[in-house]
Design a protein around this ligand. Structure first.
Ligand code: NAD
Length: 274
């Protein structure tokens, strides 16, 4: 199975499906999940300095002996290092044991994100990173870093799932050529989304699971996803989403599930959005 690629606004291609590595318990668990993911066909991995596991990812890649060029690796700049994006980037590279990232994001629009973006632009202009982008940015944050001599972010990584669909923001970003990545694409398995009757009925009709239906819904909205799992069968299941298609009516039924209910980024994170 080959994962479709999405072309970013600077021409770089990103696999539309990858694996997220937030909240991994320990290195052994990480290594096993990574190994299964590689065998299944995953080539895109989403980490962050904040996740504390860049080192594990780097070690797992080295141990697997896979060619770096076959992988698409994303990491993120945490607000405590907004004053020193170049140093933070180098530290991420050192932890990963790499000499470039495919995508580097500002993790949250915390105070100081405007100057952090200038540092990201410098990394990009110096050809140290293939693409730069943002995460958890709303329109107002994007406006604050826009301008004639500015780099338009290639990506905005946002919380999106059936109970928090953000359709207007998604459409606005896509119209501007900013690709949207959906974090927590399975709603982090919270709020009973896996028991949603509408999703269950659609899943039965396609002989698929509710999780596969949710992931397929994302793909058909042209969002980039990297669900997280440490279980082999779930990693496999999450990858088998390219052999069926939701009808327009099914997409519409899922659209109606929107509760505009974020999963709760923690309150400190929410402050960044004000
Ligand atoms: P997710 O929506 O991917 O849900 C993960 C949970 O769903 C797992 O704990 C697992 O128990 C369950 N799950 C996964 N596949 C399943 C399956 N097939 N069947 C049943 N249960 C299944 O949530 P997430 O991990 O928070 O988000 C994915 C990735 O997004 C993260 O790993 C991280 O890379 C990224 N992320 C980014 C931000 C940000 O601020 N930019 C925030 C959170 C997460």
């Amino acid at each position: 199975m080959t994962v479709p690629q999405i072309k970013l606004n600077n021409g770089v291609q990103i696999p539309q499906l990858g694996m997220g590595v937030f909240k991994m318990q320990n290195e052994a668990e990480f290594y096993q999940a990574f190994q299964w993911a590689l065998e299944i066909g995953y080539r895109h991995f989403d980490t962050a300095a904040f996740y504390g596991n860049e080192q594990w990812l780097g070690a797992a890649i080295k141990k697997a002996g896979i060619d770096r060029k076959e992988l698409f690796i994303t990491s993120k700049l945490w607000p405590t290092q907004f004053q020193e994006p170049e140093k933070a980037y180098q530290q991420s590279l050192d932890r990963l044991g790499m000499d470039y990232l495919d995508l580097y994001l500002i993790h949250w629009p915390a105070p100081g994100f405007e100057s952090a973006w200038s540092g990201m632009e410098k990394l990009y202009h110096d050809h140290q990173v293939r693409a730069i982008g943002v995460s958890n940015f709303l329109e107002k944050h994007l406006s604050a870093i826009a301008g004639p001599d500015k780099v338009t972010p290639a990506v905005d990584q946002l919380e999106i799932h059936p109970y928090f669909q953000r359709s207007d923001l998604l459409q606005h970003l896509q119209q501007q050529g900013i690709a949207v990545e959906a974090w927590g694409p399975l709603g982090q398995a919270r709020n009973g989304v896996f028991d949603e009757p509408v999703l269950k009925t659609i899943a039965q009709a396609h002989h698929k699971t509710v999780q596969q239906v949710i992931l397929r819904w994302h793909l058909q909205r042209q969002t980039i996803i990297f669900p997280k799992s440490i279980h082999q069968e779930r990693l496999q299941q999450n990858f088998e989403v390219f052999d069926f298609e939701l009808t327009a009516s099914e997409m519409q039924q899922i659209a109606q599930l929107d509760k505009q209910q974020p999963n709760g980024s923690n309150p400190a994170d929410q402050d960044f959005l004000d």
